[in-house]
Design a protein around this ligand. Sequence first.
Ligand SMILES: Nc1ncnc2c1ncn2[C@@H]1O[C@H](COP(=O)(O)OP(=O)(O)OP(=O)(O)O)[C@@H](O)[C@H]1O
Ligand SMILES: [Mg+2]
Length: 284
Amino acid sequence: MGPGSSSDGVEQGSVTVALLLSGVGVVHPGGRRALESVDLSVAAGERIALIGPSGAGKTTLLRVAGASLRPTEGRVELLGAGPWGLGAGALRRLRARIGAVHQAPPLPPRQRVVTAVLAGRLGQWTVGRALWSLVHPADTEGAHDALDQLGLADRLFDRCDRLSGGQLQRVAVARVLYQRPDLLLADEPVSSLDRATSELLVSRLVAQSESTGAALVASLHAVDLALKWFPRVVGVRAGRVVFDLPAGDVTPALLQALYEGDAVAAVPAPDGVAAATAAAMMCR
Ligand SMILES: Nc1ncnc2c1ncn2[C@@H]1O[C@H](COP(=O)(O)OP(=O)(O)OP(=O)(O)O)[C@@H](O)[C@H]1O
Ligand SMILES: [Mg+2]
């Protein structure tokens, strides 16, 4: 066994493929199919945006990618390991290397911001240290630095229920910046934010991916942000990947087909330029 490997097969070192989905299908309880035959390979350090209409399956895909949802069919590999073949301890360690920003951040309302950020490393700490940090925040400087990157340093000791929805989204991002995971998953991380703050937040996630070599997979309703910040864009519709292209190859016609019939989307004119298309869809 080489350095950086652990006896349970969950590698601690770098891997070339961060995420591999092969023939993945998900049928949710109640029988609704959310994903069908999804193939997706994301290299370490790669940045991918998932776009597509509401109900397309983006959140479901990210939950599979974060090992929080076991697919009904197909194969999943995360950071070199098959999560569903691991024992409980190894699965916990694997999840500690994955950072997820949820569509609605599940932050306990009475928790202080500093504790919410420090919770990013709970999975990497011993049980004793983790419990202690809930009572006595250990690394307030680290939490401060992460919040500072998002313009929220002054809210370090506020309670989460005193923050706006957009501020909570920023806390959730500060938490994954602090965590420094190997795989960053962000589900609509800017849905409650104004344009300038959205740019700030996406740029911080991208910078983290660049500086740590973490792969970044983000779902975004704002198509222009996806095209601007992500070299590779994956279109999802009705549970299937309908295109997987370099951002520069995503045409207005592809976007129109992707969002066709979506009641909320501003469907672009077929001959519109990409920028106009993106602008029309920006605030969906
Ligand atoms: N926990 C669940 N139980 C049952 N069905 C679910 C569950 N979660 C999602 N679904 C269904 O799976 C499909 C895909 O949902 P998903 O949340 O993945 O879409 P999405 O692309 O993230 O949509 P949005 O853009 O609105 O967030 C939808 O039809 C949804 O109703
Ligand atoms: Mg979603």
